[in-house]
Write a protein that binds this ligand. Structure first.
Ligand SMILES: Nc1nc2c(ncn2[C@@H]2O[C@H](COP(=O)(O)OP(=O)(O)OP(=O)(O)O)[C@@H](O)[C@H]2O)c(=O)[nH]1
Ligand SMILES: [Mg+2]
Ligand SMILES: [Zn+2]
Length: 326
């Protein structure tokens, strides 16, 4: 997609103004009222990473250009039927997850990876703080490598730095427009400080994090001296997919998708059907229980969305009987 030379790049969004870079100059500009009136399923009219055009006065953002990609989730507040776009025009999602303090949360990582897969954006999992729990780091790395995910194990503590893995992070950042996402306190800003020369983002103290306080409060786009740009985001507590069909989910988990041809039923949802190759693989230890658990949670959400009946009147057990055999 060709971006016109007069377009600006959204670096940060505050309550009343957007920080936009135009011709190398950073400006703080308001949005035209009409952008808020457009009826879309998106919570806000624009996101960090968007390309925008100004009105003839050059003082107001007038138009948001079509995106080449976006990472979005079901909006946490203001109604479940809206999407919150966390990053626009990105070529890579980096899920950042500490192996300890805060503890690793598989459902959050799986939500992020599935959302990236759904948008066909390559994703990498960066495990942080491996100095605190090396065994846990190895365990989670194995789970995700088995799911075809690129995993990097990192530590940024002086004297214990994982030089090679940090160098790989640096290279990935320089080659892409990336977004870093993960729990508050996972170490996103610390990671950027360690790999990007000249960057000094504010990082958190453990007692603040334990009180649930975010250190990074706004998504900020940083241009990298070695090429590429990265979005450092405030921590997220969860990551629920936005409007994903029940039949679509299985394709967002590579290790589940690999088993589909062996299931007895063509429309198997792998939640209790007979002769299901996915549940057999789970029992055999070929699919991680946490990954399957995340799949089932997403499936429940998707089926609830698709059901014409209220959640309470639906039977908890599904599967069996109603599938068409292959
Ligand atoms: N032991 C250890 N601590 C680390 C490591 N990386 C980061 N930390 C610590 O983790 C804490 C949180 O780091 P931040 O970089 O602020 O976390 P964040 O993900 O940016 O958090 P938010 O901005 O709130 O989303 C800080 O006290 C860091 O010093 C690491 O490799 N090992
Ligand atoms: Mg931060
Ligand atoms: Zn199945």
């Amino acid at each position: 997609m060709k971006i016109p030379s007069e377009a600006g790049l959204v670096l940060r969004i505050d309550a009343k103004v957007c920080h936009v870079e135009i011709d190398g100059v950073r400006k703080q500009l308001p949005l035209a009222g009409k952008l808020f009136e457009q009826k879309t399923h998106e919570k806000r009219p624009l996101a960090v990473g968007d390309h925008v055009l100004l009105d003839p006065t050059g003082q107001v953002i007038d138009k948001v250009l079509p995106r080449s990609s976006q990472l979005h989730r079901r909006a946490a507040t203001e109604g479940e039927h809206q999407a919150q776009v966390l990053a626009a025009n990105i070529t890579q999602v980096i899920a950042v997850a500490s192996v300890k303090s805060p503890p690793f949360q598989p459902e959050l990582v799986d939500g992020l990876l599935a959302a990236a897969a759904r948008q066909e954006i390559p994703a990498t999992l960066v495990l942080t703080k491996i100095d605190l729990a090396l065994k846990a780091a190895d365990k989670w790395a194995a789970v995700y490598q088995h799911a075809n995910v690129r995993v990097l194990r990192t530590c940024t503590v002086e004297g214990k730095q994982t030089t090679e893995a940090l160098e790989e992070v640096r290279q990935l950042l320089n080659e892409n427009q990336s977004v870093l996402i993960g729990l508050s306190g996972a170490g996103k800003s610390t990671l950027l400080n360690a790999v990007v020369p000249g960057v000094q983002l504010r990082t958190g103290k453990l007692n603040h994090i334990q009180q649930g306080r975010h250190t990074t409060t706004h998504t900020e786009l940083l241009a990298l001296p070695g090429g590429g740009h990265v979005l450092d985001t405030p921590g997220v507590r969860n990551f629920h997919l936005f409007c994903t069909g029940s039949q679509e989910l299985q394709f967002l988990f590579p290790e589940i998708a690999a088993k589909l041809p062996e299931c007895a039923y063509r429309s198997c949802l792998h939640d209790g059907e007979q002769d299901c190759a996915v549940t057999a693989a789970l029992t055999a230890g070929e699919i991680a229980a946490t990954r399957y658990g995340s799949y089932l949670r997403m499936l429940t959400d998707a089926l609830d969305d698709e059901s014409p009946y209220p959640k309470s009147s639906r039977s908890p057990s599904r599967g069996g009987g109603r599938r068409r055999p292959r």
